[in-house]
Design a protein around this ligand. Sequence first.
Ligand code: SF4
Ligand SMILES: [Zn+2]
Length: 246
Amino acid sequence: MPMSARSASLAEILDEMTAEGAAALTEHFGDASLRCYACGHRCLIKEGKRGICKVRFNEGGRLLVPANYVAALACDPTEKKPFFHVLPGSDTLTFGMLGCDLHCGYCQNFLTSQALRDDIAGVPPKEVSAERLVSLAQAYGARVVGSSYNEPLITAEWAVEVFKQARPGGFRTAFISNGNATPQVLDYLRPWTDCYKIDLKTMSDRYCPACDELLVERYGYIIRGMKIGADGLCPKCAERIPGVWA
Ligand code: SF4
Ligand SMILES: [Zn+2]
């Protein structure tokens, strides 16, 4: 599907903020096409085309991938990542970029994760070096540096670049992912990653996919209303709701 004019102009900016993808995550073919192994889609990308995530693309037979920017940055409790068994009481400087390999309707980070995929998503990137991010972590008194918000697998090279800077400064490193990984990307991340978490990021209400009944009403992490019983069925239409309910 062609991009909207808004997404196309953001893509132009992002395409400049790139570096060559890691050899460990790229397989080249004779016709200048290549396969990306940064996530489980394992996209076969022809010359001049983009992967499903839209932020990794094939230019002249080279895989270009996001580098040298953040689209979200915050220093807050490590427990909020959430890690409950990593340096309790410490803070984590968390950085995110743009794009995702998934397209979940409930994503709480929709504005960054769905950039270039949904016309109303996308925020301007801010140029930054890995060294600068680590000096910010020092200034904030963080003990952990983490890659999260959008899907970090699709920007794995940038996470490793930042983690390589962070480790000698005494920081632990954290990766918070949707889990759609390949063995190749896990091998690539493992030497530089201390903490790895898989979750899908949402705090939204849950509706019945069959009849639209409001089933779980949330305010942040607080459950205000819960209509699904131990049987896991919608009380209105008896649809089975996927999940663990008892
Ligand atoms: S990271 Fe992007 S280009 Fe690579 S396999 Fe996943 S969706 Fe495709
Ligand atoms: Zn229902």
